[in-house]
Ligand binder design. Structure first.
Ligand SMILES: Cc1cc2nc3c(=O)[nH]c(=O)nc-3n(C[C@H](O)[C@H](O)[C@H](O)COP(=O)(O)OP(=O)(O)OC[C@H]3O[C@@H](n4cnc5c(N)ncnc54)[C@H](O)[C@@H]3O)c2cc1C
Length: 492
């Protein structure tokens, strides 16, 4: 690049940091503006009374995606954090005295399947072989595509792949082609929940998530998920990214179809290019003028959003029994809960929930003799969120948690903080208070997602969980790299 172009990136989430770092590596002069006083976005952390809580992501899946990211800069994850594979990967609680730990060893997973449904271990092998192929094509070819136009997918090998990838069959059908046992079906459909949609509406391409789960495993960065954020921030700074915290972007100045200045409450930043890693809807609807918006409000209202969450961060003054690092409470039927998320949005009657107890693995996240708990209930976006409702669900979940793990917990809670829709909105300007962005339904995949490049403002690009490839930490990392590549092509 003859003259270094200036880029302003909005938002220091995974996608914004990945975009900023990749752009700096290409020679752009990058300034990153973040509303909060630290990086991480939905993956921030906080400490209270000696506990360190990861606020968002807790599952480290697809370790190869993280490795590939750091390798781009001649680094490895080990330069920034120490990874540990969890065994069991997680436990599913189906009811009282009905706990199913999922072993890390593949041979043991085969034995588990065989014990539940004779003959199913062979079918699991076939299922995983195909899922491995989908992972290879999906992660190496499809998700790094910018989703500009359908022509990106017009290569014969890829077209052939698309048919072999079961894009037009649902995960619901796909899993039932192989397995009948109810517990196996629940186990095989669970990873789809990360994609924010129902197995019925998720293309069977995403059985690649089963490969990620069962074959690649569940990992944990010692010290917590925030270690990844710290590693990414350090790498970005090494590459020359200038981080500006407490800088909430409020508007833009434009000239000749381009944004030339980014405005915050206290500063004005001149720029040649803008990458918005903040929530897409917020940037479109609140920061741009109507004529600059690529999508109408009606378009947004028709999108299928991934769920929001009601979360409790709890500090417990004793060690707990019968809990692993990751615990899925599937002791209620998912169908009615799913309907209350997607079809008839309301606060759920008998929700499934998830409990993470990272202090089971990592003593640094809780004071000695204490337990760190993260309790999450997936709920529909756009619900009325108030203290009374949160407390009602606290009681409901704690009652089940105490009964199923057979111990008193509530009287040992010495720290409690809740987090739901209103917090997602005030912290991240999240559309409808969503937690995970847009659901990965077939009609919201690749070119059918909100585009990486603005249709109206020439030098405005988007990245993050509301554009390609979708929600989750690995996709957000990829999204940042893809947009940086696109900008590199356009401006070199
Ligand atoms: C509760 C929860 C649990 C999750 N669990 C997992 C998990 O276990 N594994 C997994 O892989 N994924 C998980 N995810 C999903 C994953 O965390 C997200 O997909 C990912 O972090 C999104 O990154 P992002 O960069 O797109 O957005 P964000 O992290 O939201 O980053 C956007 C940034 O923009 C900033 N911003 C917003 N508006 C402005 C403005 N006007 N000016 C300046 N800055 C602004 C925000 O403060 C934020 O820092 C979870 C998410 C949540 C919420």
């Amino acid at each position: 690049m003859a003259v270094q172009k200036k880029v302003v990136v909005i938002g220091a989430g995974f996608s914004g940091m990945a975009a900023a770092t990749s752009l700096a590596q290409q020679g752009f002069r990058v300034t990153l503006l973040e509303k909060h006083d630290r990086p991480g976005g939905r993956a921030r952390s906080f400490t209270a009374q000696g506990f360190t809580f990861d606020m968002g992501p807790s599952w480290y899946w697809m370790p190869d995606v993280f490795e590939k990211y750091f390798n781009k800069f001649n680094k490895t994850t080990a330069d920034f954090y120490a990874l540990q594979r969890l065994d069991p990967s997680y436990t599913i609680i189906f009811g009282e005295d009905d706990f199913m730990p999922i072993p890390a060893q593949l041979t043991q997973v085969y034995s588990l399947f065989e014990s539940l449904e004779p003959g199913s271990s062979q079918r699991l092998k076939t299922f995983l072989d195909q899922a491995a192929y989908k992972y290879e094509v999906g992660i190496n070819k499809l998700v790094y595509k910018p989703g500009r136009s359908v022509t990106e997918f017009l290569d014969w090998q890829l077209l052939l792949d698309v048919f072999r990838l079961d894009v037009f069959q649902s995960m619901h059908q796909h899993v039932r082609k192989y397995f009948r046992h109810e517990k196996i079906i629940k186990l095989m459909e669970f990873p789809v929940l990360f994609l924010g949609a129902l197995p019925q509406n998720t293309p069977a391409l995403y059985s690649l998530m089963n490969y990620a789960d069962i074959a690649l495993g569940t990992w944990y960065p010692r010290g917590g998920m925030y270690k990844i954020v710290e590693g990414m921030e350090a790498l970005a700074k090494e590459q020359g990214v200038d981080f500006c915290y407490n800088q909430e972007v409020t508007s833009f100045n434009s000239e000749g179809g381009n944004i030339n200045q980014v405005i915050t409450a206290t500063n004005t930043f001149d720029t040649d290019i803008v990458v918005a890693g903040a929530d897409y809807h917020h940037v479109e609807e609140k920061l741009l003028l109507p004529a600059q918006r690529s999508y109408s409000e009606a378009y947004w209202q028709k999108r299928v959003m991934a769920p929001s969450s009601l979360i409790f961060y709890l500090g417990i003054n004793k060690r707990l029994e019968n809990l692993q690092h990751h615990n899925l409470f599937f002791d209620e039927d998912f169908e009615p809960h799913a309907r209350e998320i997607y079809e008839n949005p309301k606060w759920p009657t008998n929700p499934l929930f998830y409990v993470s107890a990272p202090s089971q693995t990592d003593p640094t996240v809780a004071p000695a003799g204490c337990e760190n708990l993260f309790v999450l209930i997936p709920v529909a976006p756009d619900l009325e969120d108030n203290e009374t409702t949160r407390e009602k669900y606290y009681d409901l979940v704690m009652q089940r948690l105490e009964r199923l793990t057979k111990q008193s917990i509530r009287e040992h809670v010495i720290f409690k903080r809740s987090y739901a829709h209103q917090d997602f909105i005030s912290d991240y300007h999240a559309f409808k208070g969503n937690a995970y962005g847009l659901a990965n339904t077939l009609m919201q995949t690749a070119i059918l997602k909100p585009a990486l490049h603005s249709k109206k403002v020439k030098n405005l690009y988007y990245t993050g969980q509301l554009t390609v490839p979708g929600p989750g930490v690995p996709p957000s990392l990829i999204s940042g790299q893809v947009v940086a590549h696109e900008i590199g092509l356009a401006y070199s």
